[in-house]
Design a protein around this ligand. Sequence first.
Ligand code: PMP
Length: 391
Amino acid sequence: MLDRLKPQSPDALLALIKLYADDGRADKIDLGVGVYRTNEGATPVFRAIKAAEAKLVAEQDSKSYLGPEGDLGFVHALMPYIFGKDATKQGRIEGMQTPGGTGAVRLAVAVAQKAGVTAIHMGVPSWPNHAQILSDVNVETKAFDHTNADGTANIDAVLEVIRHAQNGEAVLLHGCCHNPTGIDYSNEQWDQIAAALADSKALAILDIAYQGLGNGLEEDAYGVRKVLSSVPEALIAYSCDKNFGMYRDRVGALYVMMETPDKLDPVLSNLNALARASWSMPPDHGGAAVRLLLRDPDMTQQWLEELENMRLRMREVRAELAKAGHAGTVDLRPLGRQNGLFSVLPLSKEQIQALRDDHAIYMAGSGRINIAGLYLGNIPKFIDALAAVTS
Ligand code: PMP
């Protein structure tokens, strides 16, 4: 029976990791996999997380089951950072812990589907797993162009989609640090999006996986907060895997906002049932460590500093690239205005292959680069190589 299964193509980025590891050239550059790196190319555990983990090991007195909603202390401790001062909006927002942002997106799409959503509008390109999750949950993807050719956000496309959305449709938006383009909506554009959503039939699903890595922790929450102040209900998927460096510990949360607090319970009970039938309950360790961190002022201060250093390093790399102007035919200036870990370069498959073969520079086949794979020391080589393959 199982031999009926057709082989699936392997994840291209994971295959790239192996190719990179096997490359013996000393000056190789990895711009593929989406993790933050220091100037030295490391992805260290945050010191604040180390401190929280030490406390967790010392204090944890049981590993007995929690429940499908996971560690609600963690879920609630995060809320002021995402939603601001009135973090529950007078009791209208509640959440649950999920296995990473992926689990949160999955649960958001599944509960939307259960509530009658049959199609989700999504700007493309997007994080490839978005389309995979939608397809797996049997929701149609309706794609619109996220970007204009000049590297700015295509605000007209998203407004058009929101205005014409039908009952049974949702719109999925990246809260900040768009993956893969790095092209975010400006605050003025978020104001327009929020106003359009207020008059739209579409359900808003917001995915925020890089808060603090764009323009700052508060600044990066502008879009989410603006939308939530304009619509009656929404789903918000959140990942702590980048901004707390928790990647493999799978730390995330899904929040739901309803028009009035009394409408939350039925939705939450459906979320619990869906979680129960898939992963039952989320892994505890990472969420518990983040809870302890956020309840301790010193650890929180340390985390904020570490996060800010990451952000500033990526801004420095972006500024340095933008300063170069052009590399061959590639205009690098838009990268200075883009946010977060990623940007997409307009390169052909052949040029991407030549970068790998001739210059030991590894990037995704889409032209997406991980900004954190660069540092002041290897940027000149990168720019020279871009010029060589595009001229
Ligand atoms: N949403 C977006 C836009 C992402 O880029 C990612 C992953 N990098 C996620 C969600 C999921 O993150 P994770 O499951 O690693 O927490």
